[in-house]
Design a protein around this ligand. Structure first.
Ligand code: F6P
Length: 543
């Protein structure tokens, strides 16, 4: 069957299924058994989606008709799937064990990957053993990652999630993240830090990102002012550069031995597995970092080899396609029931929206249907006291992803274990109420309630369970979402690996910088921008 006939059949299924409430689907006692899937400890429960098994078969047919199998080989074997930039997107190679071959331009990239991991390992060991010294000979005890987007969100998310996995050697090292261009994070931090014992990790794939370079310049000047030492010496003792552009890092002054490199074929938002993950390796040790890679690799192999009917990333993607394209649901809430995953929503916002927020197909034509939904999220229990009102009684249909570990606090107090049970209970309660609405309580009196106390339910959700949150399971989880994004991109025929949409704003900001200083350059601007510039200029000087 070709794509068009798959879409046609799916539209027919949607017409037939749309009037059915999720409570009708859930009346089937075998539903969980039929619609939950497991791989290597990760459980994906799709039973609260508004489809039946026949529809899922049709969605799988759509994936096959979209030549997903070939597309997966193209991705993992290093073909130039990012065709607008003529390059591969080989994040899977970053977690491939040594001894295997993946070639880009006749070079086996796996060797380079492991050389970099080894260099990371020795830098981590130098830091953990207190041998990395600042300008006055004191050991480094603070690391500040300066980066933005993919050079910030992944390490930030993983370091926060895996704090409990800090080995003893890393206990003495504090890690901070600075990203915002306005300097607000940095300003507060510099007041508290000791310049003699602080190491800045300057992370930027392109080494041209103004946000990062501006923060780096401020940090460097702070060091110069505090130490009275020459810039060159300070860069040697207090800066590591992580980049795919070593020549630019060298030009900025970072010595070669302080550079950790990665490759153009590593997309920024797919880069936490590369040297960009250095802060993670410092935080959880190199063996923890290798566990993270191993978890992702397990999901890679599954994505590559499992039948689509059992393939977690493919199924997660297909549930999304069903909701977005067939049921017209264009919002996706990411709801981890674990405070350690506080930064996961922001991480997935970039991963999904920067990848699939596209409206032009790979052949240059306009897409004919919706692509990436609006994604946002928050720690689930906190969001219950904030935006869940909209999920339960608003006018928007929203698909929700609930993510929760089954076990936590095994070696800690009974009170904490009780708190985890509380979180689990709330997660299950919310998924159930969103699906069933009033009917969840089996309360005969629901019909008699006033309209503002009614719950219509019928909001679809996915539940993802892992046994415990560990470096390994976090690796699996992130790779699950990466491959979900790729699968959807293949179905929508878009390129998930470029981000041309962010470029115009960067150019315009350069023009605005001039416009702020030079009123004569404003004439060609629109009246709204001119009005704001006038106001800013007038009010800039303190009265
Ligand atoms: O402007 C968008 C973007 O290029 C992202 O794709 C990227 O993750 C981020 O900026 C940071 O880029 P870099 O690592 O090159 O500084």
């Amino acid at each position: 069957m070709n794509r068009d006939s798959c879409w046609r059949e799916l539209r027919q299924s949607a017409e037939a299924l749309k009037p059915r409430h999720l409570s009708e689907f859930l009346a089937d006692e075998t539903r969980f058994e039929k619609l939950s899937f497991t791989h290597d400890g990760v459980l994906l429960d799709l039973s609260r989606h508004r489809f039946d098994c026949r529809t899922l078969d049709r969605l799988v047919q759509l994936a096959e008709a979209s030549e997903l199998r070939t597309a997966i080989s193209d991705l993992t074997e290093g073909r130039p799937v990012n065709h607008t930039e003529q390059r591969a997107a080989l994040h899977t190679a970053l977690r491939t064990p040594p001894g295997q071959r993946v070639e880009v331009e006749d070079e086996n990239v796996i060797e380079g990957v492991h050389e970099t991991l080894n260099k990371m390992e020795s830098l981590v060991a130098t830091l953990h053993s207190g041998q990395w010294r600042g300008y006055n000979g004191e050991a480094i005890d603070t690391l500040v990652n300066i980066g933005v987007g993919g050079s910030d969100l992944g390490p930030l998310m993983a370091c926060h999630a895996l704090e409990e996995f800090k080995p003893d050697a890393a206990q003495g090292i504090e890690i901070h993240f600075v990203s915002s261009m306005d300097g607000s994070q940095l300003a507060g931090l510099l007041d508290r830090l000791n310049p003699a014992t602080t190491l800045f990790v300057l992370s930027s794939k392109s080494f041209t990102t103004i946000d990062t370079l501006a923060n780096a310049a401020t940090a460097c000047q702070w060091l110069i002012d505090a130490s009275d030492e020459p810039r060159e010496l300070l860069l040697k003792h207090h800066f590591i550069g992580i980049t795919a552009k070593p020549e630019k890092a060298s030009e900025w002054g970072i010595p070669l031995q302080n550079q950790l490199l990665f490759w153009e074929w590593t997309g920024g938002r797919y880069s936490l597995w590369s040297a960009i993950g250095f802060p993670i390796a410092v935080a959880i040790g190199m063996s923890g970092f290798r566990q993270l890679l191993a978890g992702a690799h397990s999901m890679d192999r599954h994505f590559r080899h499992a039948d689509f009917h059992e393939n977690l990333p493919v199924l997660l993607a297909l549930a999304g396609v069903w909701n977005i394209n067939l049921l017209d649901i264009h919002a996706n809430a990411i709801l981890p029931y674990d405070g350690r995953l506080a930064h996961l929503p922001a991480y997935l916002e970039q991963l999904e929206m920067e990848s699939n927020g596209k409206s032009v197909r790979s052949d240059g034509s306009l897409v004919e249907q919706r692509t990436c939904p609006v994604l946002w999220g928050e720690i689930g229990p906190n969001a219950q006291h904030a935006f869940y009102q909209l999920l339960h009684q608003g006018t928007e249909s929203v698909m929700c992803d609930f993510i929760v570990p089954i076990r936590r606090y095994a070696a800690q107090s009974a009170h904490l274990q009780e708190q985890h049970r509380l979180a689990l209970a709330n997660c299950l309660a919310q998924a159930r109420v969103l699906a069933l609405g009033d009917k969840a309580l089996d309360d005969e009196g629901a019909d008699a309630q006033p309209p503002w106390k009614r719950y219509r339910g019928n909001q679809p959700s996915t539940v993802i369970l892992v046994d415990e949150l560990t470096p390994y399971s976090l690796g699996q989880l992130i790779a699950l979402y990466e491959h979900k994004v790729y699968t959807q991109a293949v179905i929508w025929e878009i390129n998930p690996f470029d981000q041309w949409g962010v470029e115009l704003g960067k150019k315009m900001a350069t023009q605005m910088l001039d416009a702020l200083e030079d009123p004569d350059s404003n004439e060609a601007l629109d009246s709204a921008t001119r009005g704001l510039l006038d106001q800013i200029r007038k009010r800039r000087e303190p009265a």
